[in-house]
Design a binder for this molecule. Structure first.
Ligand code: FES
Length: 157
């Protein structure tokens, strides 16, 4: 390892050490190495939501039978928003639509652990994006083959 690489490793170690004092390991992992990041061409469910902070989340869903087959997201938000979107998409993928009702802000906060209070809205934004995209999937399914499923109209707290 060269000198520059060595210095980079030391500095990264210091950054991660500081981050661990504030965030959970889960947030750091999902926030710096998110799964499900990207888009889906011609998604069956799509949502674009801008939160109170001014950041935007886009959620893309494709169905596979009665389950969410694929979920992807894009966001220009903070690391916490990236972590929340990644968890939301992961929770949706492979899940029956009727069970996706459980993808709420509180479910994500529980999964992410140690979310700073001034960033809990990042989880709400991700939950709202999933639920809105799901609603679009359901509406298009209902139109094509009489499929019926309830999705919460309640605030996702
Ligand atoms: Fe805007 Fe996290 S989504 S601060």
């Amino acid at each position: 390892m060269g000198k520059d690489e060595e210095i980079k490793e030391i500095m990264l170690g210091m950054v991660y050490e500081k981050a661990r004092e504030i965030f959970s390991e889960t947030i750091i992992e999902y926030g710096t190495n998110p799964g499900n990041c990207g888009t889906i061409d011609d998604p069956e469910g799509y949502a674009k939501i801008t939160g109170v902070c001014g950041d935007t989340v886009e959620m893309f869903l494709r169905m596979k039978g009665e389950k969410v087959g694929e979920a992807k997201f894009l966001t220009d938000g903070c690391m916490l928003s990236i972590a929340a979107c990644s968890v939301a998409a992961e929770m949706a993928e492979g899940t029956y639509v009727r069970e996706c009702i459980g993808i709420t802000q509180s479910a994500m906060l529980k999964r992410l652990e140690k979310m700073p209070q001034d960033h809990v809205h990042c989880a709400l934004l991700a939950a709202m994006a999933v639920q809105k995209a799901l609603r679009q999937c359901i509406e298009s399914k209902e139109k094509t083959r009489g499929f019926r499923c309830e999705v919460s109209q309640e605030p996702l707290l």
